[in-house]
Design a protein around this ligand. Structure first.
Ligand SMILES: [Mg+2]
Length: 228
């Protein structure tokens, strides 16, 4: 594997810089409150059902559909989905000490961010985390097209181009082997896998350059490859 120096770093967002569960939990409370106002089912029952289906795989989809089918099939699913999509929390917690670590890293190399998902929701998360100023390039893959979500090389190429650094000198940090590690490898970048969030225990055939506990450890590893 390459031992080229590291001249730029690109991060994933969900379950890498913060735990996605913090967003989902607040979003389900928000949707539950709205649904309870429109049905005889209490807010707590909506919240419990939405949380249950969400915990079975946030990527599976149909979470709201399944909750409505169970609790009150007369509800307009689209209205509840819209309520979820427009949820913009005031703030979200970064993983501890990430703010300082990003500031220190950004003092020595340019930084990028690549994230999949609904554009409005991903923008709301970035705003609530207050992290936009750390990044010289932010790529939301759905802005290119939903079919270009990671591991598609397009968002990785877009970020590399915006940073102006060759792939062999850029490292990607993310939590999902099949999206983050595989996507980075497809454009010739090294990847550091972080074991945080929903997919922390997932086994994978795609081996990363480094496999570490969390983003802080990833940044520690990166510092040893950065000429300062
Ligand atoms: Mg992620």
């Amino acid at each position: 594997m390459s031992t080229d120096s590291v001249r730029a770093v690109i991060f994933d967002l969900d379950d890498t810089l913060y735990l996605q569960q913090s967003f989902l939990d607040a979003a389900w409370h928000h949707v539950a409150e709205f649904a309870a106002q429109r049905s005889s089912v209490p807010r707590e029952a909506w919240y419990e059902k939405l949380s249950l289906y969400s915990s079975q795989g946030s990527d599976r989809g149909g979470i709201i559909d399944r909750a409505v089918a169970d609790l009150d099939p007369s509800q307009d699913i689209q209205l509840l989905v819209d309520r979820f999509r427009s949820f913009a929390p005031e703030s979200l917690p970064l993983i501890d000490n990430v703010e300082d670590a990003l500031t220190a890293l950004h003092a020595v190399v340019p930084l990028g961010l690549i994230t999949d998902g609904d554009v409005t929701i991903q923008r709301a998360k970035i705003a609530a985390l207050g992290i936009a100023h750390h990044f010289d390039a932010i790529v939301i893959s759905d802005e290119i097209g939903r079919e270009f979500r990671k591991p598609h090389p397009a968002p990785f190429r877009a970020a590399l181009e915006a940073l102006g650094v060759p792939a062999s000198h850029v490292v990607y940090v993310g939590d999902r082997p099949e999206k983050d590690v595989a996507g980075a490898a497809s454009v010739g970048m090294r990847a550091i896998r972080v074991r945080t969030g929903e997919y922390a225990a997932r086994e994978s055939q795609t081996l990363p350059w480094h496999d570490v506990a969390d983003v802080l450890e990833a940044i520690k590893v990166l510092r040893t490859y950065i000429a300062e």
